[in-house]
Design a protein around this ligand. Structure first.
Ligand code: NDP
Length: 272
């Protein structure tokens, strides 16, 4: 017999999770704070969290831990927490679950709602090795024993995403001022990102060995380049927050004596 599952939160992601559970043949109960959000097909909508907690498994997908925490009670049997938070918040919730006799798994969704229920949706989880219903959503990947690890991976990977998207949008704005449309520029940007991605294993190894000698490109020349980029954006009347911040960070690493070293040496400045 399949377990019964409740989903708390019918936002963009919570609705996609409920739909995927229905498609996997689970009996699904849903709860949402406000009534405005539509009820996903073939689910049972309940008005109180107490009713939702009767299911074998409760999946939470709310905006933040701050709004989630007051809703949790020891009536829950198994909690699959997919609300985004910090590693510390995840560990505290794992501790709360342990104290209250609630089975617990902490997961993060590395996908958008449209990918849920397909193999392309990766769900990282940590702590408890039992993934309960996570395979209904995509491919579950256990990242370690510490309950905070999934949240750590989540924020680290999103950090790369935000920095990349920020850099891309800055570039599109800059190219726009030179009359180059996104459609013309973007294929080149996407190809460039693939090349940069291929450089990461080597850079990662250097950050571990801390041998920053290079015959590729010294930090000095990159600081000069970031100055040029900042100037060009400024000349075109654009915001310079992103290039200026990178310039300042790289320049501090240069002043600390890494001018002749590879870009990877900037990690020493970040770790300070
Ligand atoms: P939405 O803004 O679409 O939904 C937020 C949900 O939280 C709603 O159900 C909302 O209820 C509920 N909520 C907000 N405040 C409260 C409160 N005080 N009490 C009770 N419920 C509350 O967000 P998403 O669905 O996009 O995101 C949900 C979680 O999933 C987040 O932690 C997000 O980081 C994570 N996530 C989202 C991804 C995405 O692509 N969308 C990708 C990966 C993770 P109400 O309808 O009443 O406002």
């Amino acid at each position: 017999i399949k377990k019964t599952v409740s989903v708390l939160g019918l936002g963009l992601m919570g609705s996609a999770l409920a739909k995927a559970l229905v498609e996997e043949g689970y009996e699904v109960t849903v709860w949402n704070r406000s009534e405005g959000k539509p009820t996903p097909a073939n689910t049972k909508r309940v008005k109180t969290t107490a009713e939702a907690f009767k299911s074998d498994v409760v999946v939470t997908c709310l905006s933040t831990y701050d709004v989630q925490q007051p809703l949790l009670t020891n009536e829950i049997k198994t909690l699959v927490n997919l609300t985004s938070g910090t590693p510390e918040q995840a560990r505290a919730t794992a501790q709360w679950a342990k104290t209250n006799g609630v089975e617990y798994v902490d997961g993060v969704i590395m996908a958008v709602p449209q990918q849920i229920g397909t193999e392309s949706a990766r769900i990282l989880f940590s702590g408890n090795e039992n993934h309960y219903v996570l395979d209904a959503f995509g491919e579950p990947v256990h990242v370690g024993e510490d309950a905070g690890l999934a949240a750590s991976y989540d924020l680290a990977l999103l950090g790369i995403m935000w920095a990349t998207f920020g850099g891309y949008l800055q570039a599109v704005a800059l190219m726009g001022t030179y009359g180059i449309a996104p459609a013309l520029f973007t294929p080149m940007a996407a190809g460039w990102l693939n090349e940069l991605g291929a450089m990461l294993p080597e850079m990662g190894a250097v950050t571990q060995s801390r041998n920053y000698e290079t015959d590729v490109s010294a930090l000095d020349i990159n600081v000069s380049g970031l100055r040029l980029l900042t100037e060009a954006n400024s000349e075109q009347g654009l915001d310079t927050t992103i290039p200026q911040a990178l310039h300042d960070l790289f320049e501090r690493a240069q002043r600390s004596g890494h001018g002749a070293h590879s870009i990877a040496s900037v990690i020493e400045e970040i770790r300070k």
